[in-house]
Structures are given as structure tokens and as C-alpha cells.
Design a protein around this ligand. Structure first.
Ligand SMILES: Nc1nc2c(ncn2[C@@H]2O[C@H](COP(=O)(O)OP(=O)(O)OP(=O)(O)O)[C@@H](O)[C@H]2O)c(=O)[nH]1
Ligand SMILES: [Mg+2]
Length: 292
């Protein structure tokens, strides 16, 4: 018997969805930072076994959209509700029910199995944990609750085994050696965006999109040229920094990560361009893979 299915991770921003997906897959497919709205896309992480294929989806944290980009991000979340065979609803210690009632109702009335993953229990003690479990049992009486620490890998294997039990019988949907649905350039863009999330403040990371114009793979080196897009002229100067020092740091750190990811030497060139109000421009969003 072969099992397969879509296992979609949803929840508020910053609760640890991407950390969990990477832990399941064993690769850094999704970028992780302490800032909310790190993930902007739906990213598949495929775990293959001889008799199963688990297709995980990491999704953006649920927010009320304020501009077009965020509306597209929430469309990815909606799509994750539609095709799930198992839903993983992730919350963190201390968090209360989803502010977005529409999404919360969907979880509450879900016809498919939902596992509530109570994450970051490494930051909690036994008493708080018990209170939290009780709170969630009252909120969602029909849902299985699993306390975990995605970061410390606590209870992650057990949850994985439980999901396997819940997967329906079915054929593999993707070739068994495939790890994700995203092309190599996507991971370049994301790696660079992660460094920007880590090193710049306030609205800067939220105003940035990265596009890789060149990805040339030789036998022993990958040559990459990427453009960092900002919304305004002033942001361009901030990204570049004094004598280019800030941009250089982004390049050096990105190269390090990408060499590990691709297991090859990497050469990377970065440019900064102003793309006025791209976050609200349907055509630009489509070009960056957000719409339709
Ligand atoms: N202490 C602790 N921190 C964690 C745990 N899991 C994730 N984190 C941290 O929480 C922060 C957010 O993690 P992400 O995996 O990026 O969270 P996310 O839900 O994907 O966030 P968005 O993509 O912004 O919605 C990072 O700083 C992680 O290191 C955990 O089990 N324990
Ligand atoms: Mg994420």
C-alpha cells in the first residue's frame, strides 16, 4: 500500500511554520527570521519514502491584507485550505485564537483531519503548557493537540509519524526524487531576501523583492546575478549603505548560504533598482510569481 497527500501548514505569522517544514524535509527550503511575514509564497517540501509521499506546504502567516502583495499572500493560504488532506494548524505558546475569524471557522469546521501543533514549548514550563492545552481543547474540541518544539526538534518525529497514519492511500504526485515545486532561482531570491530581513530595519524588508536575472551553472561554479528591488529612491541608498558596505554584507552572507544549498562554489553579483510601488502593482506582482 502507498500513501500520499497534501499536508498544509497554516497559522499566524512568526509561529514557526517554516522552521517545522524545514525540520520535516531536512533541508532549508524556507527562509526563517524572527520577523513576521518572512514567508510570502506557498512553498512545497516533499518527503519521499518507499511507501509514501508527503507533500508539505509552508504558507505565509495569516494577516489582514493592507496592500496587493498581502492579498496575494492570503490567496496562497486560501489555496492551502482547499487541497489539504491533513491540516497542520500551528500556534505558539501564549497565543490566542486566530484573529481572522473566517480562517478560524474553517479550521473549526474542517472535514479533514486537523492537528494543532502547539509550538515553542521550549520557552514554557509544565504548568503553562497544561493551561495552554486546556485552552486549545476548549477552543477546538475536535482537534488533536501536539505540543512541539520545531526549533529543538522535540516531538517532531512523532508528529511526522502521526501524519503518515492520516495520509490517504494514493500514488505519488511528484517524481520520488523531487524535493520542492520551486526552481533554483526562487531559492536564490529567498536567500537574499532573508539577509535583507535580518540586516535592515522597519519597512525596508517589506519593500523589497528580489529577482534573479542570471543563474549560470558550470561544472564547478554557479554564477548568479540578482536585482534587489525597492519601492523608493531613499530605500535604494539604505540598501547599498556607506560605500556599498551594507549591500556587500548581503552578498557575502547569501553566497555562503547558497554554496551550502547548492553544494557548489557560487559567484554572486547584486544590483539595486527602484521599482515604484511594486507591492501594489498587479502586473509586477504577477511577474514575481504572486498572482494567478
Ligand atoms: N524558541 C523557539 N523558537 C522557535 C521555534 N520554532 C521557531 N522558532 C523561531 O520563531 C521565529 C519564526 O520562525 P519561522 O519559522 O520563520 O516562523 P513562520 O511561522 O514561518 O513565520 P512567517 O513566515 O513570518 O509567517 C524564528 O526566530 C524561529 O527561530 C521553537 O520551537 N522554539
Ligand atoms: Mg515562514
Amino acid at each position: 500500500m502507498h500513501r500520499s497527500g497534501f499536508v498544509n501548514i497554516i497559522g499566524n505569522p512568526n509561529v514557526g511554520k517554516s522552521t517545522l517544514m524545514n525540520a520535516f524535509v531536512g533541508e532549508k527550503l524556507s527562509i526563517i527570521t524572527s520577523k513576521a511575514q518572512t514567508t510570502r509564497h506557498r512553498i512545497l517540501g516533499i518527503v519521499n519514502g518507499e511507501d509514501f509521499q508527503m507533500i508539505l506546504s509552508d504558507t505565509p502567516g495569516i494577516i489582514k491584507p493592507a496592500y496587493e502583495l498581502q492579498t496575494s499572500m492570503m490567496d496562497f493560504v486560501k489555496s492551502a485550505f482547499e487541497d489539504a488532506d491533513v491540516l497542520l494548524y500551528m500556534v505558539e505558546i501564549g497565543e490566542k485564537a486566530l484573529k481572522d475569524e473566517e480562517f478560524f471557522k474553517k479550521i473549526k469546521n474542517s472535514k479533514i483531519p486537523v492537528l494543532l501543533l502547539l509550538n515553542k514549548i521550549d520557552t514554557s514550563d509544565q504548568q503553562v503548557l497544561e493551561e495552554q492545552i486546556q485552552y486549545w481543547q476548549e477552543q477546538l474540541p475536535n482537534v488533536e493537540i501536539h505540543p512541539i518544539s520545531a526549533l529543538e526538534n522535540f516531538n517532531v518525529k512523532e508528529v511526522f509519524e502521526r501524519i503518515l497514519e492520516l495520509l490517504p492511500e494514493g500514488p505519488p504526485y511528484y517524481p520520488k526524487d523531487q524535493l520542492t515545486d520551486k526552481p533554483e532561482r526562487f531559492f536564490v531570491n529567498e536567500t537574499i531576501r532573508e539577509k535583507i530581513l535580518l540586516h535592515y530595519k522597519k519597512e525596508i524588508p517589506y519593500s523589497v523583492e528580489v529577482e534573479t536575472e542570471e543563474f549560470l551553472e558550470d561544472e564547478d561554479i554557479i554564477r548568479i546575478r540578482s536585482v534587489i528591488m525597492v519601492e523608493r529612491d531613499t530605500q535604494k541608498g539604505i540598501i547599498i549603505g556607506h560605500k556599498g558596505s551594507a549591500l556587500k554584507k548581503v552578498g557575502v552572507e547569501s553566497r555562503k548560504d547558497l554554496q551550502k544549498f547548492f553544494a557548489k562554489q557560487v559567484h554572486i553579483e547584486l544590483y539595486v533598482k527602484v521599482n515604484k510601488n511594486w507591492r501594489s502593482n498587479a502586473q509586477q506582482l504577477k511577474r514575481f510569481g504572486y498572482n494567478g
